[in-house]
Design a protein around this ligand. Structure first.
Ligand SMILES: *[C@@H]1O[C@H](CO)[C@@H](O)[C@H](O)[C@H]1NC(C)=O
Ligand SMILES: *[C@@H]1O[C@H](CO)[C@@H](O)[C@H](O)[C@H]1NC(C)=O
Ligand SMILES: *[C@@H]1O[C@H](CO)[C@@H](O)[C@H](O)[C@H]1NC(C)=O
Ligand SMILES: *[C@@H]1O[C@H](CO)[C@@H](O)[C@H](O)[C@H]1NC(C)=O
Length: 287
């Protein structure tokens, strides 16, 4: 992997190819079978998050699309949701308001080093024209949920954000900072360009509590699109890659209440998921 040192002040790229050390690698070897996602595979947690009674091999796909910017030897994976995507973390907490399925990196326990120091999270995502989203709903497509489940310190959303009155086109990727901020801050937003991977990297400084966003589409190298923005990323937790579809008219209890129409067959294709150590300023901008 070729990468480049960037000044943490986001001055133009300085130089030097450098391989950043990895915290976790969520890229999928091309010989991994769907069945391998159902048991320990050292890439993703086989037990969470998906509808009660399902398993990952029933909801993941290995689509025949070219790899993302950072998938030079690895392959994309598609996460899908259906009417059965009702997660029940416990018998008395059946999340009937949501339809959801998300991959969690195997090593990301919630208290591991992926949410300490200075790390850069990478992910790419692409629409599946065969399984379009219903943009009347709000979706979370990537998020960091704190270890005490009290907030998301970082969350990529699309669709119609519940409660928003800003008139943003629902086919937009909006990367929010900590959703407990009042109001939550949009760190970066961009049209959700179809037919290509939309590539993100976010440098998360868990010491100084900042986030800096990098973005590109297709095979173009990432470019910084923000400075390091003040954002409360404390509280550790777990990274989720997949779809959390929120209901319409859920009132004050969107987890359990509100409307989800039947016949859901929706998917998002993910590639190039990994996290690297940026404590020395190392950030990969291309493979
Ligand atoms: C995939 O290929 C790698 C190396 O080419 C090999 O080490 C690994 O065992 C293979 N995995 C499976 C599940 O076949
Ligand atoms: C999209 O969601 C809205 C709100 O739930 C619903 O009225 C509409 O029928 C849905 N569209 C499709 C194609 O399912
Ligand atoms: C973190 O904050 C300290 C104190 O304000 C500052 O000296 C340091 O340069 C900051 N580090 C980064 C990486 O921004
Ligand atoms: C559930 O949603 C309905 C509207 O769809 C709303 O009137 C009601 O207050 C909500 N219940 C809760 C507990 O939020």
């Amino acid at each position: 992997m070729i990468s480049q040192y960037l000044s943490l002040l986001a001055l133009p790229v300085l130089a030097a190819a450098q391989k950043c050390s990895l915290q976790f690698d969520g890229r999928i070897p091309s010989n991994l079978t769907l069945a391998a996602f159902d048991s320990n595979n050292n890439i993703y947690n086989p037990s969470n998050v998906f509808g009660k009674g399902l398993k990952f091999s029933e909801l993941l796909q290995l689509p025949a699309v070219a790899g993302s910017l950072f998938d030079t030897k690895t392959v994309p994976v598609e996460v899908t949701i259906s009417d059965a995507s009702i997660f029940a973390p416990s018998a008395d907490n059946v999340q009937t308001g949501f339809r959801r399925a998300e991959l969690l990196p195997a090593s990301n326990s919630g208290t591991d080093a992926s949410t300490l120091g200075v790390k850069t999270l990478h992910f790419s995502l692409m629409q599946d024209p065969q399984r379009p989203l219903n943009l009347t709903h709000e979706y979370q497509l990537v998020f960091l949920e704190s270890a005490d489940f009290s907030t998301n310190q970082l969350v990529l959303k699309t669709g119609t954000i519940i409660g928003s009155t800003d008139g943003v086109d629902p086919n937009t990727l909006q990367l929010f900072g900590n959703v407990n901020a009042n109001p939550p801050q949009v760190l970066f937003s961009t049209p959700f360009t179809p037919g290509v991977f939309n590539n993100f990297a976010v440098t998360l400084d868990f010491n100084n509590l900042t986030s800096q966003v990098f973005f590109s589409t297709g095979k173009s190298p990432l470019k910084p699109v923000t400075q390091a923005i003040s954002n409360d990323v404390s509280g550790q937790g777990q990274f989720h890659f997949g779809m959390l579809k929120k209901p319409i008219d859920g009132g004050n209890d969107i987890v359990h209440n509100g409307t989800q129409e039947d016949g859901i067959d929706e998917g998002i294709i993910y590639g190039g998921i990994f996290e690297e150590d940026s404590s020395t300023g190392c950030i990969s901008l291309c493979a």
